[in-house]
Design a protein around this ligand. Structure first.
Ligand code: SAH
Length: 528
C-alpha cells in the first residue's frame, strides 16, 4: 500500500490519548464490565486477546482473564493496598512494562473511569510520555439496573442519575455532600456502600429524603451468585445486617426502583431450570428454556472424555465398508467417529455401501454436520426403537454400533439373537463429575431451583451422586422411559417425562405438568 511520507511522519507524533490499536509500548486501560465475560466490549476483548501482559484488579473473575491469550502474563494488583498510594504504584509498574516494549492491558472492573483511580494510574504514564488508551466498560450500576429491570431515568420518576461513593476517603478534598444529594430529585447509585450503608442512608433521611424511598440492592451483579433485593432507605441498614449480601454490591436509590408487577407472562418466567448434560450439549435445551422466560443453570454432571484407546474405533472405521449398517447412538459418537475419520486423512468414500442410522433427530443432524447423510432415524428414539427399525432390513447382516463406553446392551443382544453379527465400539467415555466447586455451589444456592432435567441413565446416576438429597427439593423432568426407570430405581421418580425424546419434548413435558397443576388448582368458577 502506498503511504505518503508526510502521513507516516505525523503518525509518529502520537498524542497522549489515542483511540487506535495499541502498538508496542502503549498501555490500554480496558473496562472489564461487572464480571460476566459477555459484558466486555468487542474493543476490550480485542485488546485483551492481543495483550502480552495483563495487569488486572484482583476482583476481575478468571472467566474474563481466560478470554486473553494463554501466553499472556497476568499480574493482579490489590485494590485496597494499605500502604502508599495504590494507584500511583500501579501506574509506575505500568510505566516499567511499557518502557520494556510490552503490549500492556490494564484491566479494571466496570468502567476504568468510574471510581477506578484512573487519574493516579495514568499520571506516571503521561509523565513518561507513554501513550494511553481508554476502552470503556459497563459500569456496575448500568449492569445492576438491567439485571433488576430498573430504568435509571424515567419521564415520570427521575430525570437525573448521580453516581456516588458510600465509602469516603477521610482525606478527600471534596467530601460527598449528602445534604445536597438529598435535595436533588432523581436516582442515586451508591458504589462501595455496603460497609457504611446505615450511615449514608440515615444521613439522606436526616437531610430530607423520605425514609420510604425505595432502594434496590444488587450484590455480585452478573456473577453466578448474583442477588437482587429491595428495601427502603429506612430499612436498608437492617436489611444489610440480616441478609449479609456479599460484596461487591451496588445500591440504587429512588422512585425508579419501586416494585412493579412483572410484565413477563411467559410460561417459564421466574423459574430456574438446572441442565445437567455435558458441556457443549445443553445449548438446545438452554435456548428452549430462555425463549419461555426461564433461567437455565448449566451444571454438567458427566463429562465426555476420549475412550481408553482409539484402536477399536480406528479399526472399525478402516473396515467401515464391510458393514451393512453403522448405527450412531448419540451426537458424541458421531463427532468422535467423524473426527477420527478426518484424522486418518479419509472421508465418506471409505464407508462404501454401509448405511447410516441414528437414534434421535439431534444425532441425525450431527451426521449432517459431518457431511454424512443419515439413512434411518427410528420413530422411537431408543435402542429398542432402533432394533425394531433395523431388523426388517437385515438378512444375516453386519452391524457396527458406535456408542459410549458404558450404557445399555440392548441393541447388541437383540441383533445377535436375531442372527446378525455385531461389532460394538466405544467412541468416547463418559466420566462422572466428582464434586461441585465453590462457583457451582454458589450458583445452585443463589436462588431456588425449580426443575432439574435428566437426559440419560448415566446422567441420572451422576446427578444423584452429585446433588444427593438436594434433588428432593426440585421437580425432576426425564427425557425417556429408560431414563425414568433409572431415576425411579435410584429413589428419585421423575415428575414428568418427555413424549418425544428431544430438548423440545422435555420442555413440553414441563409445560404439560404445569398446565395440569394449574387446572387442578383452578377454582370451580374458572373451570366452568
Ligand atoms: N470501576 C468500577 C467501580 C469500582 S468501585 C465500575 O465501573 O463498576 C467498586 C464498587 O463498584 C463496588 O463497591 C460496588 O459498589 C461496585 N461494583 C463493581 N462490580 C460490581 C458488581 N459486579 N456487582 C455489584 N456492584 C459492583
Amino acid at each position: 500500500m502506498f503511504v505518503p511520507k508526510q502521513v507516516m511522519a505525523t503518525s509518529h507524533r502520537t498524542p497522549a490519548t489515542v483511540n487506535a490499536l495499541p502498538d508496542d509500548g502503549r498501555v490500554s486501560f480496558v473496562g472489564a464490565g461487572p464480571g460476566h465475560p459477555e459484558l466486555i466490549t468487542l474493543r476490550g476483548l480485542e485488546r485483551l486477546r492481543s495483550a502480552e501482559i495483563i495487569v488486572h484488579d484482583a476482583l476481575v473473575p478468571t472467566s474474563i482473564l481466560d478470554l486473553a491469550s494463554s501466553r499472556a502474563i497476568r499480574i493482579p494488583v490489590p485494590r485496597d493496598a494499605t500502604t502508599g498510594d495504590p494507584g500511583e504504584a500501579t501506574g509506575r509498574l505500568l510505566v516499567e512494562l511499557a518502557l520494556a516494549g510490552r503490549r500492556v492491558v490494564r484491566l479494571k472492573g466496570g468502567d476504568p473511569g468510574v471510581f477506578g483511580r484512573l487519574t493516579e494510574e495514568t499520571a506516571p504514564l503521561r509523565a513518561a510520555g507513554i501513550p494511553v488508551e481508554i476502552v470503556p466498560g459497563v459500569t456496575a450500576v448500568l449492569a445492576a439496573a438491567a439485571a433488576a429491570d430498573v430504568p435509571l431515568t424515567s419521564r415520570s420518576a427521575a430525570s437525573n442519575l448521580t453516581i456516588v461513593t458510600g465509602h469516603e476517603a477521610d482525606d478527600k478534598v471534596s467530601p460527598v455532600d449528602l445534604e445536597a444529594l438529598a435535595a436533588l430529585p432523581g436516582t442515586l447509585a451508591v458504589y462501595m456502600g455496603v460497609a457504611r450503608a446505615g450511615r449514608w442512608a440515615a444521613a439522606l433521611v436526616a437531610a430530607g429524603r423520605s425514609s420510604a424511598t425505595p432502594v434496590t440492592i444488587v450484590s455480585r451483579c452478573s456473577w453466578p451468585d448474583q442477588q437482587i433485593a429491595t428495601a427502603t432507605l429506612g430499612t436498608l441498614a437492617q436489611a444489610f445486617a440480616e441478609h449479609q449480601w456479599p460484596s461487591p454490591a451496588v445500591v440504587i436509590v429512588g422512585d425508579v426502583t419501586a416494585p412493579r408487577p412483572s410484565a413477563d407472562t411467559r410460561a417459564l418466567a421466574g423459574q430456574r431450570i438446572l441442565l445437567t448434560r455435558p458441556a457443549g450439549q445443553a445449548d438446545e435445551l438452554a435456548a428452549a428454556v430462555a425463549t419461555l422466560g426461564g433461567e437455565a443453570v448449566h451444571l454438567p454432571v458427566v463429562r465426555i472424555a476420549p475412550p481408553g484407546d482409539w484402536a477399536a474405533l480406528d479399526d472399525a472405521i478402516g473396515g467401515a465398508a464391510t458393514f451393512d449398517w453403522i448405527v450412531f447412538a448419540s451426537v458424541n459418537g458421531v463427532r468422535s467417529f467423524a473426527a477420527r475419520l478426518r484424522a486418518a486423512g479419509r472421508d465418506a468414500r471409505l464407508l462404501g455401501t454401509a448405511r447410516l442410522a441414528a437414534i434421535g433427530a439431534a444425532t441425525a443432524a450431527a451426521l449432517g454436520e459431518a457431511g454424512l447423510a443419515c439413512d434411518l432415524v427410528p420413530a422411537t428414539a431408543s435402542s429398542e426403537g432402533m432394533v425394531a427399525a433395523l431388523l426388517p432390513t437385515l438378512r444375516a447382516g453386519r452391524v457396527l454400533l458406535i456408542r459410549a463406553d458404558r450404557g445399555r446392551d440392548v441393541m447388541r443382544r437383540e441383533l445377535e439373537q436375531a442372527g446378525h453379527e455385531v461389532v460394538e465400539v466405544a467412541a468416547y467415555a463418559t466420566r462422572p463429575v466428582a464434586t461441585l466447586d465453590g462457583d457451582d455451589e454458589a450458583r445452585l444456592d443463589a436462588a431456588p431451583i425449580d426443575w432439574v432435567t435428566i437426559t440419560s441413565g448415566a446422567i441420572a446416576e451422576g446427578a444423584v451422586r452429585l446433588f444427593g438429597e438436594r434433588m428432593r427439593r426440585w421437580r425432576i423432568a426425564s427425557l425417556s422411559p429408560v431414563t425414568s426407570g433409572v431415576l425411579t430405581a435410584l429413589g428419585f421418580p421423575p415428575d414428568c417425562e418427555a413424549l418425544d425424546s428431544s430438548a423440545a419434548g422435555l420442555v413440553e413435558a414441563i409445560l404439560r405438568w404445569q398446565e395440569a397443576r394449574r387446572t387442578d388448582h383452578a377454582s370451580p368458577a374458572e373451570l366452568a
